[in-house]
Design a protein around this ligand. Structure first.
Ligand SMILES: N[C@@H](CCC(=O)N[C@@H](CS)C(=O)NCC(=O)O)C(=O)O
Length: 309
């Protein structure tokens, strides 16, 4: 049976990043399709409230966030590496990925959903507005904002084209790494749905060639698994011993904590802290449906606070 279980849906750009990471490492994995909007009743027993996509399950260990998933894939299958060691380009990669997913993220997200305002279900817009804490934009508001989003997008795509101007094959290095995949997933989204936003790439031939090179990596070997079977696998397994690492002194006292994303969808996940380094944290949860699980997060972009007494 395949050990790696990805909870995802096909049109998720962040999930595409991990599907390609599987391809890069030549891995076999099981796909569990989750709904793109709440409720997600078969995911919550595993994550304890984290709703974002994708989530990686390995037995009773649950990895939230693509950065944490990539760290675990590198630990289990080190070559080719997704994340370079410190001194091997980690600074450049971290800056590129964070820019792609926190800055370029917004014009790509707004432009693609805006261009597809009539093609996506109304429930999708309601869900996302609620998740981000703003009112649902009307079709007229969305249409009025599109020229601005397209302008922002083209300006930043010019930077990507410039980065590739010296004929490098990937952002840095001989093979794509997580930073390439982070940038790629935003541009993949431009071509997603019916490709109505894909013309934004027309003036950027080097970027289009780079997209083709990354897409050729493929998704590894995918098989399908039902959500109920994934829950059964978690129930039957025990969490692995948490990985070792340099402990984070600020988090050293063990106890019950809340982990929350810094951006949106801030539903807290609560549990006993079982592992904390400067880069990763893990909490233990005892869930009525699946029993004991460890839920893992990266430190980047997540806040850990003591649970209210
Ligand atoms: N920082 C997260 C971001 C993930 C993210 O925002 N994914 C989108 C889907 S592509 C999402 O969670 N949307 C809401 C949902 O799927 O419920 C990561 O790297 O995994």
């Amino acid at each position: 049976m395949t050990e790696l279980i990805l909870h995802h849906y096909d049109i998720s750009p962040y999930a595409e990043k991990i599907r390609l990471a599987f391809g890069l490492k030549g891995l076999s994995w099981a796909s569990v399709i989750v709904p793109a909007t709440l409720p997600k009743p078969d995911l919550m027993p595993l994550t304890g409230g984290f709703r974002r996509t994708p989530v990686l399950q390995i037995g009773a260990d649950i990895y939230c966030d693509t950065l944490r998933i990539a760290m675990e894939l590198d630990r289990r299958c080190p070559e080719p590496r997704l994340l370079p060691e410190s001194g091997g380009g980690a600074g450049f990669d971290g800056i590129l990925a964070t820019w792609a997913e926190r800055v370029l993220m917004w014009p790509t997200a707004r432009y693609v959903t805006g261009m597809n305002r009539d093609a996506l279900p109304e429930a999708f817009f309601r869900d996302r507005a609620e998740m981000r804490g703003h009112p649902v934009p009307t079709p007229d508001e969305v249409a009025a904002g599109l020229p601005h989003e397209e302008g922002q997008l083209r300006l930043m795509l010019g930077w990507v084209e410039d980065l590739l101007a010296d004929d490098r094959r990937f952002a840095r290095g001989r093979l794509p790494r997580l930073a390439d995949l982070a940038l790629y997933q935003r541009l993949w989204w431009l071509r997603a749905l019916d490709g109505r936003a894909a013309h934004a790439l027309d003036d950027f031939p080097r970027t289009r060639d780079w997209i083709t090179r990354i897409a050729s990596v493929g998704h590894g070997e995918r098989s399908e698994l039902s959500p109920r079977d994934a829950l059964r696998i978690a129930s039957a397994a025990e969490p692995a011993d948490p990985p070792r690492g340099v402990p984070d002194d600020d988090l050293a006292p063990q106890g019950r904590v809340r982990v929350t994303t810094e951006d949106f969808a801030r539903d807290p996940v609560e549990g006993e802290l079982v592992h904390a380094t400067r880069e990763t944290i893990a909490i233990r949860r005892d869930d009525p449906e699946v029993g004991r699980v460890h839920v893992h997060f990266p430190c980047l972009g997540y806040a850990v606070t003591p649970s209210p007494k």
